[in-house]
Design a protein around this ligand. Sequence first.
Ligand SMILES: *[C@@H]1O[C@H](CO)[C@@H](O)[C@H](O)[C@H]1NC(C)=O
Ligand SMILES: *[C@@H]1O[C@H](CO)[C@@H](O)[C@H](O)[C@H]1NC(C)=O
Ligand SMILES: *[C@@H]1O[C@H](CO)[C@@H](O)[C@H](O)[C@H]1NC(C)=O
Ligand SMILES: *[C@@H]1O[C@H](CO)[C@@H](O)[C@H](O)[C@H]1NC(C)=O
Length: 393
Amino acid sequence: MLFTWGALIQALLMLLVKASQRSFRDVSNCELNQKQQSDLNSFLWTIKRDPPSYFFGTIHVPYTRVWDFIPDNSKKAFQESSIVYFELDLTDPYTISALTSCQLLPQGENLQDVLPRDIYRRLKRHLDYVKLMMPSWMTPDQRGKGLYADYLFNAIAGNWERKRPVWVMLMVNSLTEADIKTRGVPVLDLYLAQEAERMRKRTGAVEKVEEQCHPLNGLNFSQVIFALNQTLLQQESLREGSVQVPYTTEDLIKHYNCGDLNSIIFNHETSQVPNFNNITLPPNEQITAQEIDSYFRQELIYKRNERMGKRVKALLEENPDKTFFFAFGAGHFLGNNTVIDVLRSQGYEVEHTPAGQPVSSGRSPKSPTIPLHAPYSTGQELEPSPPPGALPP
Ligand SMILES: *[C@@H]1O[C@H](CO)[C@@H](O)[C@H](O)[C@H]1NC(C)=O
Ligand SMILES: *[C@@H]1O[C@H](CO)[C@@H](O)[C@H](O)[C@H]1NC(C)=O
Ligand SMILES: *[C@@H]1O[C@H](CO)[C@@H](O)[C@H](O)[C@H]1NC(C)=O
Ligand SMILES: *[C@@H]1O[C@H](CO)[C@@H](O)[C@H](O)[C@H]1NC(C)=O
């Protein structure tokens, strides 16, 4: 139940999308039973070489909600790849604990000391409300799995007074009824990581926890307070029933399943931070919103795409005879300055691979597999390896 980078980017993107005037809500329903394999979405790209490697765009929602919409060729590419790389190694307890501690305020500081009094009070009131409502938000299915409201609340929000404001803001965004209902099933990226382990594939990560955490902590104080204030204003309106949920995980799932590569939230051009209540922001707040947006694009998308692309290239060069499956958040493959663009600029041919198009089964192995070099990954830095049964909830 901890925040991972994928969740974070997704939450931020949702914040940005909320501000958009685009019609994200009128996505036509993608009924699976009316679909042929060839009609399905595809978040698969092939890196042309012999054997090929793959990029796959994941999403941070329960895998059961999207799995049936993922084309067979994407699944085959995953199965046939001997090495699977993620943004971060989510199955490594070190990753999780490093992410957790990165979210904390410096030793001895407390949110109450840091936040404007009004914001702190509203935050506390809102979290009290969430705690009260949580039992009624949970589904019978979740209860059947032994998930308890108190446990869930504590897992997500337990230590909130010690978190940095930006993480509290993201936490508040994920504490909605709709999001709570999705808890308890592994999200797609985590599921793939678990499957890769189960299938004894070599796994690794292209980023270090620190590389992910620092940019977010780099949003300055007034920007964070602005975003937290807007988030609280939105939640308060929801509580009063004066606005509808403006954007939910459900919409995101629909977009992913409908596979609208152009309109998907990850590739949003006119983004501006939240105009949550659909009230025009005063000019100075609009500027703050735009500054957050451009900071976000630059630091959390473009710079990371550049770094991820370079590491992908290094991995491919170190292992010319291996088939890689790089499973990163879909947002890294859509829009400007994507990871794909980085690879192309390095001379690689990368093609979108629609559903129904056969994926090459790769070169047949010439010789028995020889042990590989140490992976270019955070694997080393992230020692020790997980004790059995230590997977995050
Ligand atoms: C935060 O950043 C913005 C834009 O760079 C700047 O205008 C503002 O003064 C900064 N605020 C603080 C508290 O540093
Ligand atoms: C929160 O936002 C509202 C509306 O934009 C504004 O009037 C208020 O001053 C803000 N509060 C803080 C503490 O920034
Ligand atoms: C992508 O780049 C084009 C051209 O520079 C620009 O007009 C557009 O706004 C950019 N899109 C995003 C999502 O930044
Ligand atoms: C937001 O405002 C615009 C115009 O001001 C309106 O067309 C739109 O329907 C509003 N959206 C919501 C969700 O209320």
